[in-house]
Ligand binder design. Sequence first.
Ligand code: ADP
Ligand code: MG
Length: 697
Amino acid sequence: MNNFLITPIEFLKGVGPQRADLLKAEIGVYTFQGLLEYYPFRYVDRSEFQQVSNLAEHEGFAQLKGRIIGVMETGVGRSKRLTAKFQDDTGIIDLVWFKGARWIKSSLEANKDLMIYGRPKLFNGKWNIPHPEISDLNMNDLGGFQAVYSSTEKLTSRGLNSKGISKLVKVLLSDLNQPLEDLLSEKIRKEHRLINRTKAVELIHLPVNEQEAQQARFRLKFEELFFLQMELLVRKKITLNKSIGYVMSEVGDKFNSFYNDHLPFDLTGAQKRVLKEIRNDMRTGHHMNRLLQGDVGSGKTLVALLSMLLGIDNGFQGAIMAPTEILAIQHFESISQYMKPLNVEVALLTGSTKKKNRTVLHEKLLNGEIGILIGTHALLEDPVVFKNLGIVIIDEQHRFGVKQRARMWKKNKLPPHILIMTATPIPRTLAMTFYGDLDVSVIDELPPGRKPITTTHRLEASRLRVFGFIKEEVAKGRQVYIVYPLINESETLDFNNLMDGFEAITRSFPLPDYNVSIVHGKMKPADKEFEMNRFVKGETQIMVATTVIEVGVNVPNASVMIIESAERFGLSQLHQLRGRVGRGAEKSYCILMTGNKLGKESMKRMETMVRTNDGFEIAEVDLQIRGAGDLMGTQQSGELDLKIANLASDGQLVVLARDAAKKILMDDPSIEKVENSAIRTKLSAMLRSRPNWGNIS
Ligand code: ADP
Ligand code: MG
């Protein structure tokens, strides 16, 4: 059987060397198995057609049958398009192509019975269908439910359009004279009502109705996600077994004293829960590798501090690594304050720490006088040696790579516990998958009494009013951010916009009453820090900046965030930027400035921002708009290599599959039962082929 499946595709009846080369190059089908796993992307039901005359009543996609009665090309350059008049028994509609006109024109045959499929659009009061799918209407097919495969121009020119591919699949399925090996045992199949693999592969290609297609999809998606989760769980177990960590079982004086007598407020329920999860990690003797997710302002720092106190109570030192000097300074200032009554010495180490101070600091780290060290990646450097480092907090994980993190592991005999804090909200099902062998804790609750930020969306025409509003706020003593997109800091146009904006602002807010700061990526780091600091100290009222300010800066007095060309930012970035305000006692505002014409997606982003402040809800919408791969970076999604499941839309199935995988591992931890032997084989192959999967960077 196995041999049959790995037969090269050229040996299939009707393929041959030339078509085989195309199948390989164009759609990555190399073997019989590859073709079986080349799943259709949708199905057509050839018994249901709409009519041109009542399209207005039909929502979404429409399927029509009729003939093309004329084709014309209009326009030049960018407004070039191809229009075909399509007629059915009830009327005429335009089919329109904005791209690929030449190829399409040559493939359109007049007066032949065709069926078309597409999404009708109302344009200037007339219906048309942009970029429809077109296929021959073969009377024999009528009434049938059929798979549609994606094809390419080259494949089509060799007769392998959707229908051609479908024919090959049929040949292959009829040659398949033994059942396919089922990787899921009967037990699992029964429990989750899954059809067997052979049936599923048959039905995904040749269902007679939507219900059968649905059954097949469910089974195949489940299988795919099951193995993905299985792999993650096994990897996690391997890491866990390998990684022995320091045991910190004591809850001692420092922790108790701070918790009972010096905590300025009660912890939220979520903070308490997360702290418990961390404490459980730290006392077990395993090496903690935990991701702490929490929306901006959810109080991650305090959780980090309490975790470090646990370490200190057990005779260890703690460290916090921040992505920028300014953040390190902010942490240093607030944590030093907190630690004063406890007699824990806190120190700051950044690139600009003077050599003389550095020498003293190195000594005090080595003899254990310093309890908590806070800094930038300067902490990674080799002369930074601790007496007994037990826990490392990494703030805003995405700025540090895996390699850098690994350097912290080497700062003691056993690797210190690691807590990575991030404000980037990631839907739970995704976090489960993408953060592989990290454990995830979530603070899903904001401290009480926060005033929600009012967000509005404004067009260019309202600019004067927006400026007026800035004036009012500044007059009240508040501070304002104005953020510009700068995709690539060398892009001249973006840069000029930023500078124009800066000039307009300085003209509207003249000295000596106002001071305006500007910060962008082309400036020297020292100059950036200097300007940022002026704003932090309140010496300047307005900060004009690019997204360099995105990460974690805390200026409680800033109450207005203006985002210029907001349509060019992604949702999570908009949300992060908005999180810079609303940190003080004052009511805060976020104003999204955009051009007049917005695409559907941009509109959705603006609406979402205006509607909600909830980072997780925003992440869900982002996931729907962009898809999972995009959200986590294409490289990672590419490695996932999912053929049918979709992490963005199959969230519930991810949870099901994960539970099923967990159950197997509980029941058969070493995967050695006979009923699980197929799982074992497949899994070892997966582990071999992706040795480093699950590392994040
Ligand atoms: P982030 O999670 O964005 O790092 P911070 O740790 O900076 O958030 O906390 C934001 C603000 O909320 C800080 O001023 C902090 O003192 C305050 N804070 C944290 N926890 C609580 C709480 N349980 N109740 C009230 N305020 C809190
Ligand atoms: Mg923070």
